[in-house]
Write a protein that binds this ligand. Structure first.
Ligand code: ADP
Ligand code: MG
Length: 262
């Protein structure tokens, strides 16, 4: 396939290892939806360059956690900092935060009436005030990196789901985010397209991108995660290296979860 994602050896060799310095820090975060206590005393620290995979049954609060980190949701108590800065409430500081924290959802949310290239250049031109030529050059580089540069002049509906999700990743990367959040990025894809998206994500992980990934793809968790965070009922029940989590889950909820999916 000429259209496959790839990561060049030179890119991979510039890998920055995790420095241990915290980039995303949640301390005692609590959130309710009405009576539902959806995030309970969440403490999570993600180091620069670290890849954290969040696992847990449906309804455990994984999406809410991602949305709270990107301030798409508010929270009632506790604190969240990105690169040492508390999450801003609103205004230009919030727009800046959103561009520092890339997010890729299950649904690709590309602008249907814009070309693939325009989808990727829009954010940098509007938010970062990058000029068109520069934004386009960078967009083509990113589209190449995720393996869809041939599709630059097409519209989203002309692409497969896997290609659209790779464009969505390129679009996030165009903002030069400090951290990327992925919320079940392959759940809406036909099975044969899942790996082309996971391969792009694994490449990013290898290059040192800080990532928080909600997924049901256990193979990806095993190969790409530095740490697995297991959530149930709004709580983090376990945080471990993948091999420890998969071979030696401690909580009953985690054992139950693994028995159903493995
Ligand atoms: P997960 O992503 O782990 O499946 P979610 O974060 O989507 O879990 O949801 C956690 C809980 O919060 C679920 O019980 C869900 O029904 C509820 N919930 C999510 N979003 C909202 C909302 N906007 N309003 C009310 N309840 C919500
Ligand atoms: Mg979810």
């Amino acid at each position: 396939m000429t259209d496959a994602p790839r990561v060049s050896e030179t890119e991979a060799s510039t890998t920055q290892a995790s420095t241990g310095e915290p980039l995303v820090v949640l301390s005692d975060v609590n959130k309710h939806f009405g009576d539902l206590h959806v995030l309970r005393d969440i403490n999570l620290s993600v180091a620069r360059g670290e890849v954290v995979v969040v696992l847990g049954p449906s309804g455990s609060g994984k999406s809410t956690l991602c949305r709270t980190i990107n301030r798409l949701e508010t929270f009632e108590s506790g604190s969240i900092t990105i690169d040492g800065q508390p999450l801003p409430e609103e205004g230009p500081a919030l727009a800046r935060l959103r561009s520092d924290v890339g997010m890729v959802f299950q649904s690709f949310n590309l602008f249907a009436h814009k070309t693939i290239l325009q989808n990727v250049t829009l954010g940098p031109m509007k938010v970062r005030k990058t000029n068109k030529a520069e934004a386009e050059a960078r967009a083509m580089e990113l589209l190449k990196r995720v393996g869809v540069e041939q599709q630059a002049q097409k519209y989203p509906a002309q692409l497969s789901g896997g290609q659209q999700q790779r464009v969505a990743i390129a679009r996030s990367l165009a903002m030069n985010p400090k951290v990327m959040l992925f919320d079940e990025p392959t759940s809406a894809l036909d099975p044969e397209m899942i790996n082309e998206v996971l391969d792009v994500m694994a490449g990013l992980a290898k290059e040192g991108m800080t990532m928080i990934v909600v997924t049901h793809e256990m193979g990806f968790a095993r190969r790409a995660a530095d740490r697995v965070v297991f959530m149930a009922d709004g709580q983090i029940l376990e945080q471990k290296k993948p091999e420890d989590f998969f071979t030696n889950p401690e909580s009953d909820r985690a054992k139950d979860f693994l028995s159903k999916i493995l």
